[in-house]
Design a protein around this ligand. Structure first.
Ligand code: XMP
Length: 409
């Protein structure tokens, strides 16, 4: 809880002196001394200099996350800073961004060929459609099926891009290569690196067949940039190596085309709508590059993947039927490498545990678990246990991010 001690341009129309408000801070550090020329304008129990200001220079410092939803007035503080203090108008629109992005892509690419790896998710799909609008058939998409996709996903990608968007698409089924290489691997980072390495090899082979591409297009988002690099060698660590294909451009000697590496997911969705893409695709929950591999903790086997796929379909089907899909940022099932005892009919069972995860979020950087009704959870559990052979117990994950991450690995 923050207490406001003095007036400040940053709080204009938000707080009066003496106001208290909730802010979010997840680290243990505290500032112990402030620079000359600054004064403390708000404090909290854990942070004596929670907000400092130098009104002459219009410099402000906050020791909490103003950008997360848990900081209740955070968006208003940022808005005050941008509009009132910096004097910007806020007349940026997605329609303008689209035009500008198309223009930039045309200038950057010229007459060169571009290849784009499709994953079936929102980001690479929007990137492909945007780039296709800019340069037409100078773009070829490559979809590498890694055997770690959900039920029916590969077929959907292929039919959508070939038939609906008419974008040249190469579909390579490399599932055996991936699954064989993952045999015996149980460490999450080794899984990511293995998947990344094979993806690069396969993608490289396919790209060579196309021949002559100068650019590699990627749907990199701003959170990917933040979470996968440690800026300027600073102390923030790489939490997960999200950039599964980080080595690709060097190996292939390609230049990168990342038209929205400064956008957040909700903005990419807006861009997709602006490009006329269907809500089915644009509002799809995020799906990680390493796919189901990081939802089967421990060793991945074809059998376990099949069990997980069946449970996941039921869970998402129930979520859609209850009209909850668009209220949730991401929902999925996880197959735990733990077996428990149960009874079914007159028989003893000894099968896997399935964990259900569902979170709300605006950018994937922080998240809360979704508060399903008990009745809903009961229905999903019953269906999964009755319909999926190999699972005899279902649990619900009530961890927020931080301290948990959204995925289990
Ligand atoms: P976490 O689990 O880090 O996830 O809280 C944040 C968001 O990123 C997705 N995610 C990944 N996406 N490659 C990806 O392309 C990855 O290795 C990866 N790991 C997590 C996750 O699904 C969530 O949307």
């Amino acid at each position: 809880m923050l207490t406001v001690k003095k007036e400040c341009a940053l709080f204009d129309g938000v707080w009066e002196i003496g106001a208290e408000d909730q802010v979010w801070m997840s680290h243990g550090d505290t500032v112990t001394r402030i620079p000359d020329g600054f004064e403390t304008v708000a404090t909290s129990k854990g942070a004596p200099y929670a907000i400092i200001a130098n009104e002459n220079k219009k410099f402000y410092g906050v020791q909490f996350h103003p950008e997360v939803v848990h900081t209740l007035s955070g968006a208003k503080l940022l808005s005050n800073f941008v509009h009132k203090i910096c004097g910007l108008e806020g007349d940026w629109t997605m329609a303008a961004f689209k035009e500008q992005a198309i223009d930039t892509i045309r200038r950057q690419v010229g007459t060169a060929k571009v290849i784009c790896g499709l994953s079936g998710g929102v980001d690479s799909s929007v990137a492909a459609v945007l780039i296709h609008e800019a340069i037409g058939d100078q773009l070829t998409c490559v979809y590498v099926d890694n055997g770690l996709m959900r039920t029916g996903e590969s077929e959907q990608v292929v039919s959508l891009f070939r038939d609906k968007y008419n974008i040249p698409l190469i579909h390579r089924d490399a599932s055996n290569l991936f699954l064989d290489a993952l045999e015996g691997v149980d460490d999450p980072e080794v899984k990511r690196k293995t998947i990344g390495r094979i993806f690069i090899e396969v993608f490289d082979e396919e790209a060579k067949k196309i021949g002559g591409a100068e650019f590699l297009a990627q749907g990199t988002l701003y959170p990917d940039v933040i979470e996968s690099v440690s800026f300027a060698g600073g102390p923030s660590v790489t939490i997960k190596s999200h950039h599964n294909v980080g080595g690709l451009p060097d190996r292939m000697n390609l230049k990168l085309l990342e038209p929205f590496r400064e956008l957040f997911k909700d903005e990419v969705r807006d861009l997709g709508r602006e490009l006329g893409m269907s809500p089915d695709l644009v509002d799809r929950h995020p799906f990680p590059g390493p796919g189901l591999a990081i939802r089967v903790p421990g060793e991945i086997t074809r059998d376990r993947l099949d069990i997980l796929r069946k449970a996941d379909v039921i869970y998402l089907d129930e979520i859609r039927k209850s009209g909850l899909y668009n209220k949730i940022w991401q929902a999925f099932a996880v197959l735990l490498p733990v077996r428990t005892v149960g009874v079914m009919g007159d028989n003893r069972t000894y099968e896997y545990v399935c964990a259900l995860r569902a979170v709300t979020s605006t950018d994937g950087m922080t998240a809360d678990y979704y508060p399903f009704e008990h009745e809903f959870l009961g229905r999903v559990s019953t269906r999964i246990i009755n319909e999926v052979q190999g699972i005899n117990r279902v649990v619900y994950d009530t961890t927020s991010k931080p301290p948990g991450t959204i995925e289990w690995e």
